[in-house]
Design a protein around this ligand. Structure first.
Ligand code: PEP
Ligand code: MN
Length: 277
């Protein structure tokens, strides 16, 4: 449904004044939005059962609230590792059982939805933000959807994609700013920090920041994560790998569990300082 001015409606602050809080699998008692700070961490891709279970336990001990791991990977090159598919999802669910963390994984097409029945949060990647057929099916599913911003999409287009999911009957949308394409090439993308306050003004939906894909470089992840926390993000999505040099996907931007522990502690300290100021 659209407003008379051709804008989003259900995703709009005008439609709902209070912040939306998205419950992640009630049995975990986890929720995104509403003043908390929700941190999702894990490798770009599920590689082996041992790898994903080990990372899951480590990040849980360091304060992560959910585990990410891609099984279906949208790779720019057809010759790169494409993910383990359904086997990867099975391993991710084993890591959930081993760690107690809810899991997040990316879907690439609507026909894969039955495979995601047990997955707690379904991620729609930047390259699929305007896959309207997929958004329509996710609208019917009722599951929490983590909707990444498209590589070259405006905030308004992004919110319209959220609207597609919501108009289908699913209010459980979490936005994720993951950087946009600009003329700058020193970083993989440009993290649009101002999107955070803009989205907060235009919409009631929670918004996370992903400094891993935005910068493409592990050395810049912590500072941009803290900047996003200061800008008012409801949480973070961070790529963490036990051995970034050997990662099958996105190793250069992956931080280690130790680095994640430092980032998590600093983000908490920053939020506490901002609360007390
Ligand atoms: C990912 O999260 O691994 C991913 C592919 O992200 P994006 O869609 O933001 O590029
Ligand atoms: Mn990745």
């Amino acid at each position: 449904m659209e407003d008379a001015d051709g804008s989003f409606r259900m995703a709009s602050r005008k439609f709902r004044r209070e912040d939306t809080v998205v419950e992640i699998a009630a049995s975990y008692g986890a929720a995104i939005g509403g003043g908390g700070f929700f941190v999702i961490a894990g490798p770009c891709s599920v590689e082996t059962e041992a790898q994903i279970c080990a990372i899951a336990r480590e990040i849980k001990a360091l304060g992560a609230q959910a585990l990410r791991g891609g099984a279906f990977k949208p790779r720019s090159s057809p010759y790169s590792f494409q993910g383990l598919g359904a086997d990867g999802l099975t391993m991710l669910l084993k890591a959930r059982a081993a760690s107690g963390l809810p899991v997040v994984s990316e879907i690439m097409e609507a026909s894969q939805l039955p495979l995601f029945a047990e997955v707690d949060v379904i991620q729609v990647g930047a390259r699929n933000m305007q896959n309207f057929e997929l958004l329509r099916e996710l609208g019917k599913s009722g599951k929490p959807v983590l909707l990444k911003r498209g590589l070259s999409s405006t905030i308004r287009e992004w919110l319209m994609s959220a609207e597609h999911i919501m108009a289908g009957g699913n209010p459980n949308v979490i936005l994720c700013e993951r950087g946009i394409r600009t003329f700058e090439t020193a970083t993989r993308s440009t993290l649009d920090l101002s999107a955070i306050p803009v989205v907060k003004e235009l919409s009631h939906l929670p918004i996370l920041a992903d400094p891993s894909h935005a910068t493409g470089c592990a050395r810049y992840v912590e500072s941009m994560a803290l900047a996003a926390a200061a800008a008012g993000a409801d949480g973070l999505l961070i790529e963490v790998h036990n051995d970034p040099g050997a990662a099958l996907c996105d190793g250069p931007q992956s931080i280690t569990p130790a680095g994640f522990g430092r980032l998590r502690a600093k983000a908490e300290a920053l939020r506490a300082a901002l609360r007390d100021s």
